[in-house]
Design a protein around this ligand. Structure first.
Ligand code: ATP
Ligand code: MG
Length: 427
């Protein structure tokens, strides 16, 4: 029997962990800088939550969910995204009683049954933020700024920010109508998938990954030409706020992209995406937008919200592509090398060193040479060598593996060796 990991999943091996450390640590740091607090929701939820909260017309609900009947007869789905769960938690935990807006972030695995390819997998990870309970465009600008700063702090260059406004649901009918008319006029030139989409959700045709459709979509009616009233005012204020972001972030820029809609049905007003300049269809790093109708759809009281989700696999791909440095994980302070019958003394010493907060690894009981090779392979800073003679005399030989490679005899005592390792600055 030869087991393999499921298609579209990955083993994240120790050598790759520095990249994951970087995207998680930077996410935590930036979220904290903006006052966003962490929330963790369950990995699985009631299937209805996503059918309602993500929308029946979306690719996610149509064909990408991992759903199953659990042993109790409930329909359960592994979460395909984070926003519906966060909103469910907001409602269930009465967060509308907290001072608004409530600023939250999450970093977690998501599951979608998709055709695996570079940047598109079945278990992936997102860093997401949600600002719930404030309808004002200042919050939109803040969330966009947060995404910008996250990418900038990761060191990723040449990312474009595209934004659009979908207006409000009430005002959208005219737009959808004209959009529908426009695409029906060129329906023969659309691939089959987009002809089907047009029947179900004309807006989603704009989002098509088919090149033929994209060219046609460029000339389609523009949502921002249809928005009126408060939605229009919101959009105009947002553009000014974004222009003002240049004062704090001289590199900041954005383009208005009329083709930008979100794959999820609950978005209104502001939508945005961050994409590397040379992105293909798996390129979007961060995608987000406002979802004022969502809380109501989920049975909560009407509460505005805006957020984004960034794909960590894609951000890591970009870190690697741009050859950005990550901190290599540090090796242990000490590898204990034992010879002859010193094995148990070595083991006791290792425990004593760890108790004193010196990271310590035991070399396997093999030849001196093999043990030294092992110490080097672990990037150890020091080796402590114990043989029968050392144990008898109550001393240990401590050798630095750093430059110079000084070697000293130290009393065979965890406190003394810990002190020595610290004082030589090799800890
Ligand atoms: P796409 O159009 O690429 O399928 P989407 O609209 O389905 O994206 P969202 O649901 O908005 O994506 O998710 C936000 C981000 O999560 C994406 O921009 C991407 O970085 C990441 N992401 C989404 N699906 C996957 C996946 N299957 N594998 C890896 N990352 C993903
Ligand atoms: Mg998708």
């Amino acid at each position: 029997m030869n087991f393999k990991r499921p298609r579209g999943t990955a083993d994240i091996l120790p050598d790759d962990q520095p990249y994951w450390g970087k995207v998680y640590n930077t996410a935590r740091k930036v979220a904290h800088q903006f006052g966003y607090r962490r929330i963790d929701t369950p990995t699985f939820e009631d299937t209805n939550l996503f059918e309602r909260g993500v929308g029946n017309e979306t690719d996610i609900v149509q064909k990408e969910m991992y759903s199953f009947d659990d042993h109790g007869g409930d329909m359960i789905t592994l979460r395909p995204e984070g926003t519906a769960s966060v909103c469910r938690a907001y409602i269930e935990n009465g967060m509308h009683n907290l001072p608004q807006p409530v600023r939250l972030f999450y970093a977690a695995a998501m599951f979608r049954y998709e055709r695996p390819q570079a940047g598109r997998v079945r278990q992936f990870h997102q860093f997401g933020v949600e600002a719930i309970g404030d309808p004002s465009p200042e919050v939109d600008a803040e969330v966009i700024e947060l995404g910008w700063k996250y990418i900038a702090d990761l060191g990723i260059k040449d990312v474009t920010l595209r934004i659009n406004s979908l207006g409000d649901a009430e005002g959208r009918a005219d737009y959808i109508n004209d959009l529908d008319k426009y695409f029906l006029g060129v329906v023969d030139q659309l691939p089959k998938v987009d002809q089907d989409r047009l029947k179900r959700a004309p807006l989603r045709v704009l989002d098509s990954k088919a090149r033929e459709t994209q060219a046609l979509a460029d000339a389609a009616p523009k949502s921002v030409d249809y928005i009126t009233g408060e939605a229009k005012e919101h959009w105009e204020v947002l553009l000014v706020l974004l222009d003002n972001l240049k004062q704090a972030y001289p590199d900041f820029s954005y383009t208005v992209d009329h083709r930008l809609v979100r794959g999820l049905d609950y978005y209104n007003r502001t939508v945005f995406e961050f994409e590397p300049a040379d992105a293909g269809s798996q390129g979007t790093l961060i995608a987000g937008g406002r979802y004022d109708p969502l809380m109501g759809i989920l049975g909560g009281q009407e509460t505005p919200g805006i957020g984004f989700a960034g794909g960590l696999e894609r951000l890591i791909m970009e870190l690697k592509k741009q050859e950005l440095p990550v901190k290599a994980s540090k090796g242990p302070d000490v590898v204990v090398v034992t010879l002859g019958d010193a094995g148990s003394a070595g083991s006791t010493l290792a425990a004593g060193l760890r108790a004193k907060d010196i990271s310590t690894v035991l070399a396997p009981k093999r030849s001196m040479k093999a043990q030294m090779r092992y110490a080097n392979s672990q990037n150890a800073l020091n080796v402590v060598i114990l043989g029968d003679r050392e144990v008898e005399n109550g001393v240990a030989s401590v050798k630095s593996l750093g430059e110079g490679g000084a070697q000293s005899e130290v009393t065979l005592d965890a406190a003394a060796i810990a002190e020595h390792v610290r004082s030589t600055g090799n800890q």
